[in-house]
Design a protein around this ligand. Structure first.
Ligand code: NDP
Length: 248
């Protein structure tokens, strides 16, 4: 259990936490005693409902709304939040999207949007958060949601796979820069997780690729993210941890 006393509570920003894996992760972290900075781009009502759920079991949260592809908005919102409420102990870079198409039919916008969001989002969110985290001298945790598609590729996801592979390189490099400051940086690479993101995916086809014979749940990914944020995981850094039912 982390510091439940408000004064030294450790706060973790979870991007994209109004639904899916981010929501489950925010709930788990709040249950573990962290304060959670919730975030999304649009669906503010869901964020408020989540804040109520967290408050109901005595957890602490606050909420930010911005587009992670918008560098100026990320900087303005995160800097203002840190000035008002203090630096983050951790960041879960979870927000992301997919715009699938086979490569010859992939629109310029599908490439640009996915790379600007998933990969640039890493820079846009972590850049304003990092120096205050370092200056606090408390160590810290950065967890980045990559994907099995970033490890082995996936048909129809050249853009998404490129962004998720890029995140692995970025996270490993940042891990090297931050290891001596006791800030760990790791990637989680999920396989297929039951969320809105895979709503339109061909389920029967997908299940054939998963030795476990089922999709993963957001709670299962959240448990891994929370472990990586825990004190017990202090010696795990620069890793890519798969959670995929045996897909690779
Ligand atoms: P969902 O589609 O359920 O949720 C995506 C979240 O990201 C939402 O909170 C959404 O906010 C937010 N988001 C998307 N684009 C932006 C943006 N430009 N700015 C701010 N927030 C944004 O996704 P999942 O929970 O399934 O996925 C979470 C992460 O895990 C993603 O990075 C995804 O790539 C990765 N992943 C998921 C897998 C799966 O099978 N589900 C497999 C492998 C990796 P809003 O609702 O406001 O748009």
């Amino acid at each position: 259990m982390n510091h439940l006393d408000g004064s030294d509570r450790r706060w973790i920003l979870v991007t994209g936490s109004n639904r899916g894996i981010g929501r489950a992760t925010a709930l788990k972290l709040a249950g573990d005693g962290f304060g959670v900075v919730l975030h999304c781009r649009g669906e503010v009502e869901r964020l408020q409902a989540l804040r109520d759920d967290i408050a109901a079991f005595g957890g602490a949260s606050r909420a930010l709304v911005f587009d992670i592809a918008d560098r100026a908005a990320c900087r303005a919102q995160i800097e203002a939040d840190i000035v008002a409420s203090g630096s983050y102990y951790g960041v879960i870079c979870n927000a992301g999207l997919a715009r699938d198409a086979v490569f010859p039919g992939m629109a310029d916008d599908a490439w640009d949007t996915v790379l600007r969001t998933n990969l640039d989002g890493f820079f846009n969110v972590l850049k304003p958060a990092l120096m205050p985290m370092i200056r606090s001298r408390r160590g810290g945790r950065i967890v980045v949601l990559s994907s099995v598609a970033g490890q082995i590729g996936n048909r129809g996801q050249v853009n998404y796979s490129a962004s998720k592979a890029g995140l692995i390189g970025a996270a490993k490099s940042l891990a090297l820069e931050l290891a001596s400051r006791n800030i760990t940086v790791n990637c989680i690479a999920p396989g297929l997780i039951e969320t809105d993101m895979i709503e339109s995916a061909p389920r029967q086809e997908i299940l054939k690729q998963i030795p476990a014979g089922r999709l993963g749940s957001a709670d299962e990914v959240a448990a891994l993210a929370a472990y990586l944020c825990s004190d017990a995981a202090a010696y795990i850094t620069r890793q890519v941890i798969g959670i995929n039912g045996g897909m690779i």
